[in-house]
Design a protein around this ligand. Structure first.
Ligand code: TYC
Length: 135
């Protein structure tokens, strides 16, 4: 009896990243000692673990120079929220210094931050937008 151990890479079911797990396959091969036709394949199964992708908060920061109407426009334009929601968020930032505008995947959050920063810079306003990993 010959016994061959194969390590076969298999991927965990993840949304944000593919991790390598190992599944051991034991392939018992008949070498003549066993009964004819006794070749057996045995696979140990790995249970795929589903992980949630991390989420990121997009934060808007207050400053003394960016006009309120510009901030409201930014919120409507890049975050697809209503005018009254935009006014509410802008006023929260104005009073408290910072507010969460939305929670997104890493890629979407990065895109929103870049869009806001680029639009503010092109309009010569010092508006700051950043992202932070959710706990
Ligand atoms: N504080 C600014 C002003 O008085 C308004 C403002 C609100 C600026 C929110 C930035 O993220 C901001 N003009």
């Amino acid at each position: 009896m010959r016994c061959v151990l194969y390590y076969v890479p298999c991927s965990k079911t993840v949304f944000h990243r593919t991790e390598l797990a190992l599944t051991a396959w034991v392939h018992k091969m008949s070498d003549g000692d066993d009964a004819p036709g006794a070749d057996i394949d045995v696979a140990t199964k790995t249970r795929p673990k589903t992980q949630r992708p991390p989420l990121y908060k997009v934060l808007l920061l207050n400053d003394d120079y960016t006009p309120m109407e510009f901030v409201v426009h930014v919120l409507e334009r890049f975050f697809g929220i209503t005018h009254s929601q935009a006014v509410e968020i802008m006023l929260t930032v104005h009073k408290k210094g910072v507010a969460v505008v939305g929670v997104f995947s890493h890629e979407v959050a990065e895109t929103k931050v870049a869009q806001v920063m680029d639009f503010a810079r092109r309009n010569q306003h010092p508006l700051q937008c950043t992202m932070e990993k959710e706990d």
